[in-house]
Structures are given as structure tokens and as C-alpha cells.
Design a protein around this ligand. Structure first.
Ligand SMILES: [Zn+2]
Ligand SMILES: [Zn+2]
Length: 389
């Protein structure tokens, strides 16, 4: 079953269309740059979360050293490579389709067995319990690009990627969790036993399976340590590069970007501008050809009866958001106030028409949406030939 999102529960993305407001939007990055705190003072010993800092420094060193030792002194069998690949995908998708889209955004509902799988293999990534992870992530969406954003890209690439994990958490956020997550027994069970779970699922289980294939060390190092480091940085990219690299397609009100290249590195989370604009949609890449394996997994689970209530955004909202961004770019590049006003007026008419049609739900079997959007798109392409009247 697929649920069509009501625009009322989608984040608002319509601004007042004054030139000043739109220009301010495009200069947002300059403002954000001034918020950074000096690296020298921020990463002092007294500010560091020592457990996280030691773990994030020691694991890559151990992973590189032991992986090199294994490749120089031993033969790695095919089942060990298969184990590495299985753990790479099982743990990565547990973060993107599980921690992120299922628990943080409630973009769909899943059978308890699927939830348990995501919670077990999510723990194996050493990225905190799902309760903590999803809480931080909701705060990221609510306060994106501000000082209250836990991985605010305005503080620079290093901070958003890994720096924020190295630092002690602000006291006011400690043990503050959303009710729906606290009421989820499986989520709370994983939170309670997080440390033994992540040690077992992340390191010892791959070691034990590796032992069945002939070498505990190879399983422990390749599907365990090496994979932990790899999945760490692949998913950390979502907070760093996905707010830096790519295009602004659906909203210029946040720094999130759309990039198919980033989607390849992040299990399909690279269409981040769409995601921040329509955060409860179970998809990040909305076209069939968009590389979003997390979306394909959720869709497949729904066909198997293991997931339901997949939320998707109304096509009218998506088209309007896209045209609004295109219009904003035209307005920024034009100095002709008369033309700008006309584009805005026509856009407002388009919005009213589409919202009316959405309400009456007649769009699915007519091409009115396509025609209206095409007309406005044509107008934007040829706006210099318009008369301001
Ligand atoms: Zn983000
Ligand atoms: Zn999100």
C-alpha cells in the first residue's frame, strides 16, 4: 500500500517571493561560513568525547594495518569476500532504509522481523543506538543549517562529517528522546543492550562466520573492522558532502544537494535536496532510474508483505517545488522588476490551479498537470521575451 502525502504534513517550502528574500537565500552560505568556531579551541581535550574519539582514530589504523597484514601473508577465500560484501550491504542499508527512513522519518511501516534485522545490523555499524541516531537526525531536519543542527554544514566539512561525533554532547540534549521511539519496545531493547550488540554483531559475528570459512581473523578484520570504517565514512558523507556537492532541485531554503554520484557512495541517499524538502517520502531518488537501492529494498519488502504504508509526495507538490526553484534562479538573475513580478504572479496562479486539482484528485488520469507545468517551464525558459504587463 502506498500513502500519498498530504501537503499539510509536508514541510512548507513556499516563501514570500520578494527579490530580497530570494537573494538572501542564495547568500545564505556566506552567512553560515561566519558561524564556524576555530579548530584550535573546539577540539580541545576537555571538549572531546574520548570514547568516540579513540574509537574513530584507532579503528582505521587497526583496519588498515591488519588488512595489509592479511593480504601480504594469507590467501583470502571467496566466501570471506562474500561475507564482507554481505556485511557491507546489510549494515549500510540498516542505516539508510532502517535507522533513517523507517525509524527517524517513519516513511513506512515494517514487520517486526524487518525492524529487528535493521536494529541488529544497524548496531553493527557502531553509529550509536537507533534511539540516539534517529533523535539526532530529527534535530538535523528541524534545525538544518543552524547552530542547533547537530551536524551543521555551516561549521565546515570536517565538523559535519566526523567532528561533531568527536565532541561531547550538549547537556540540554542528553536523554531527550521522541515519544514514539521511546514507546517502541524493539528500539528500547536495542538501546539498552547497544554495547554488547554492536560488539557481537559488528566484530565477533563476522569473526565467527569467518572461522567457519577457515579464518576467524579474516572475518573479524575484513567483514568486521575494515567494513565498519568503510560504512562509517560512506554514511558520514550524507551529513557532509550531500550538503555540499550537487544541485539545488526542489528547495533553496537549505544546503542539501541532489547528486547521483553521492547516491552511489551513500546507498541512494545522494538525492538529499529532495529528501530535505520532502522528508517523509520513502524515496530519495524519485525517478525509476535514480540510483536509490534503499528505496528498491523498501519497495521489495512491501511486495513481500513485510512493509506497508509507503509514503510518497503528491506529484503536484514535487512539480511546484521544482518550478519554484527554477523561478527563483530566474528572479535572481533578472534585474527587471516588472518581469519578476509577472513570473511570480503566474506562478501563484499555477500553484492555486494545481492545489485545486490535487484536492479534487482528478490529476491521475489527465495530463493537465503536465500541460500546466510545461507551460510555466516554457515561460521560464523564454521569460526575457515576456512583456512585463
Ligand atoms: Zn541532511
Ligand atoms: Zn533524513
Amino acid at each position: 500500500m502506498i500513502i500519498l502525502l498530504n501537503s499539510d504534513i509536508c514541510p512548507p517550502f513556499y516563501n514570500s517571493f520578494t527579490n530580497e528574500a530570494i537573494t538572501a537565500c542564495y547568500h545564505e552560505e556566506e552567512v553560515i561560513q561566519t558561524k564556524g568556531v576555530s579548530m584550535n579551541t573546539r577540539y580541545q581535550l576537555k571538549n572531546l568525547n574520548l570514547t568516540n574519539t579513540v574509537f574513530l582514530i584507532v579503528t582505521p589504523i587497526l583496519a588498515i594495518t591488519l588488512t595489509t597484514y592479511i593480504f601480504l601473508t594469507q590467501t583470502v577465500s571467496m566466501p570471506q569476500y562474500a561475507l564482507l560484501i554481505f556485511f557491507y550491504f546489510a549494515t549500510g542499508f540498516s542505516i539508510t532504509a532502517g535507522y533513517h527512513r523507517l525509524f527517524a522519518h517513519r516513511a513506512y511501516k515494517a514487520h517486526w522481523s524487518v525492524k529487528l534485522f535493521f536494529l541488529l545490523f544497524g548496531a553493527a555499524t557502531f553509529q550509536n543506538s537507533c534511539l540516539k541516531w534517529a533523535t539526532d537526525h530529527r534535530r538535523h531536519h528541524t534545525n538544518v543549517d543552524t547552530e542547533e543542527d547537530p551536524y551543521n554544514i555551516g561549521e565546515g566539512f570536517f565538523y559535519a562529517h566526523i567532528g561533531w561525533v568527536l565532541l561531547k554532547e550538549k547537556e540540554k540534549y542528553m536523554n531527550q528522546f521522541p515519544k514514539d521511539l521511546v514507546n517502541d519496545k524493539l528500539v528500547m531493547w536495542q538501546h539498552k543492550y547497544y554495547l554488547p550488540l554492536c560488539a557481537f554483531m559488528g566484530l565477533f559475528l563476522p569473526g565467527l562466520i569467518g572461522m567457519a570459512f577457515g579464518s576467524f581473523l579474516q572475518g573479524f578484520v575484513l567483514a568486521g573492522l575494515f567494513r565498519v570504517v568503510f560504512v562509517h565514512h560512506a554514511t558520514f558523507f550524507i551529513n557532509s558532502l550531500c550538503h555540499m556537492v550537487g544541485s539545488v532541485t526542489y528547495s533553496s531554503e537549505h544546503t542539501a544537494k541532489d547528486s547521483w554520484i553521492m547516491a552511489i557512495f551513500t546507498y541512494g541517499e545522494g538525492y538529499h535536496n529532495f529528501h530535505h524538502t520532502f522528508q517523509t517520502d520513502y524515496r530519495n531518488g524519485i525517478k525509476w532510474f535514480h540510483f536509490d537501492p534503499s528505496k528498491w529494498i523498501i519497495w521489495t519488502l512491501s511486495k513481500l508483505g513485510l512493509a506497508k504504508n509507503l509514503k510518497i509526495t503528491a506529484v503536484e507538490d514535487i512539480e511546484l517545488a521544482k518550478l519554484q526553484v527554477q523561478m527563483e534562479k530566474k528572479l535572481v538573475s533578472s534585474e527587471n522588476g516588472g518581469l519578476n513580478d509577472r513570473l511570480v504572479t503566474i506562478f501563484e496562479q499555477l500553484r492555486t490551479n494545481l492545489m485545486e486539482q490535487k484536492r479534487s484528485r482528478r490529476l491521475g488520469d489527465s495530463d493537465t498537470l503536465g500541460q500546466l507545468c510545461q507551460q510555466y517551464s516554457y515561460l521560464l525558459d523564454h521569460f526575457r521575451n515576456l512583456s512585463p504587463a
